[in-house]
Design a protein around this ligand. Structure first.
Ligand SMILES: [Zn+2]
Length: 413
């Protein structure tokens, strides 16, 4: 013991380390689904008896269970596997996109058990309606949960710029939201006594893809999320770049065409999203101005696949601008992978030759050596999965304290 530390201080430090280790072990099991004690010991660089003690604490709390693995095909006594206990705790996850509202109950381990979805009309600022629909979904999901299970968090994804801490939507350009108290209103209307953690949809999509999707194993990743516009999440060295105020990674408003660019929803011209967003594609495909939405985009992609030259040209045109944006991002951040999500997931296959051509022409050779291009593995639920992970973040930081705080007396073991 260092001479200037007292015994109570050392105990406090040991307690803090144990608390961190309990959370880290639960995170491995939550993300891995089923992890052997041996693998946990290796990943956490702890000895097996420490892993056993930590697992025992989580088992007693009902958060994990241990079992023999399926036949390993090897002789000798196999290492027990630790699994998340899916009936014990869950979070509510919400996703507010331009055209839809989604709610889900997600258990430890990331299993989406119950999911509800409603259409969101493009009708301007609509905080009241959005919160009303989501709160109704949330209360139903909560009521339908098994009686002994506990809601330990609420996470929400919103297609706009979110103030960290209180879930205020500072700017949601597509529906004209400015300084709307989304997080606190949703928390109040849900009435569960839990705060709602809110994140930007593309930030959450990036984290979700890194934790559970196409970006697993990558520490440097760029996620582009297409909705009506284009949002972004950049992960560098395993951490999301959220900037000074939490509003970073607005890749969609990177200016790529300042002189002849199309007008953007942000008030500028020639932003990446103005050149590759929904309207840009539909105009390039000569679709009528009143057509909009995911179905209209899908129709262009389908027509291109069937050989329609106008639709193919439209995808090539948009793909070239997308490639210019991606080339800039690769030069700046040297990512291991670039992931195309949301609407871009559908557009990307038809636009890939142009994106690759721009990378070949405009990215410095050493920066493009290893970069992979991939569509989102989590599909349209990437942002919802990210919201669920946000809801789990407190539990994973401090499992036993959060469980004590959130579990009603009848639900405690
Ligand atoms: Zn813009």
């Amino acid at each position: 013991m260092p001479r200037n530390q007292t015994i109570p201080e050392v105990r406090l430090a040991q307690e803090e380390i144990r608390r961190l280790n309990v959370g880290t072990l639960l995170r491995h099991v939550h993300l891995g689904g089923s992890v052997s004690r041996t693998a946990l010991a290796e990943r956490m660089r702890l000895n097996r008896s420490t892993i056993m003690a930590l697992t025992a604490e989580l088992t007693a709390a009902g958060l994990v269970r241990e079992e023999l693995p399926a036949d390993t095909g090897r002789a000798g006594r196999p290492s027990l596997v630790v699994r998340p206990e899916s009936d014990r705790v869950y979070v509510l996850a919400f996703d507010v996109a331009v055209d839809r509202l989604v709610a889900a109950r997600v258990t430890l381990g990331g299993v989406m058990l119950d999911r509800r979805e409603a259409v969101r009309p493009r009708a301007g600022a609509d905080l009241d309606r959005v919160v009303e629909v989501l709160a109704r979904f949330g209360r139903r999901l909560h009521r339908a949960a098994p009686p002994a299970s506990v809601c330990v968090g609420v996470g929400a994804s919103y297609c706009g710029m979110i103030r960290p801490g209180d879930g205020m939507v500072r700017f949601g350009p597509d529906m004209g939201w400015v300084d709307q108290a989304f997080g606190s209103e949703l928390g109040r209307r849900l009435g569960l006594g839990l705060p709602v953690s809110v994140g930007n949809e593309a930030h959450l999509g990036a984290l979700a893809e890194q934790q559970r999707g196409a970006g697993v194993g990558f520490q440097n990743l760029i996620y582009l999320h297409g909705d009506v516009g284009v949002g972004g999440g950049i992960i560098v060295g395993g951490k999301l770049l959220d900037g000074d105020g939490g509003y970073g990674c607005e890749l969609g408003h990177m200016v790529v065409n300042p002189y002849n660019g199309r007008p953007c929803g942000c008030g500028s011209h020639g932003c990446l999203e103005a050149e590759v967003g929904e309207r840009a594609l539909l105009d390039a495909a000569r679709r009528p101005a009143e057509l909009s939405g995911r179905d209209a985009v899908r129709a262009v992609v389908d027509d291109a696949e069937r050989g329609d030259p106008v639709a193919q040209d439209a995808l090539r045109h948009v793909g070239d601008w997308l490639g210019i944006g991606v080339a800039n991002l690769i030069n700046l951040f040297n990512p291991g992978i670039v992931i195309f999500g949301g609407m871009l997931r559908e557009m990307y296959p038809g636009a890939a030759p142009q994106v690759r051509a721009r990378i070949a022409a405009n990215v410095l050779p050493v920066a493009r050596e290893r970069v992979r291009l991939h569509t989102s593995a989590l599909g349209d639920d990437a942002t919802l999965v990210g919201a669920a992970e946000l809801g789990f973040s407190e539990l994973l930081a401090n499992p036993l304290d959060v469980l004590t705080r959130t579990a009603p007396p009848g639900a405690r073991r």
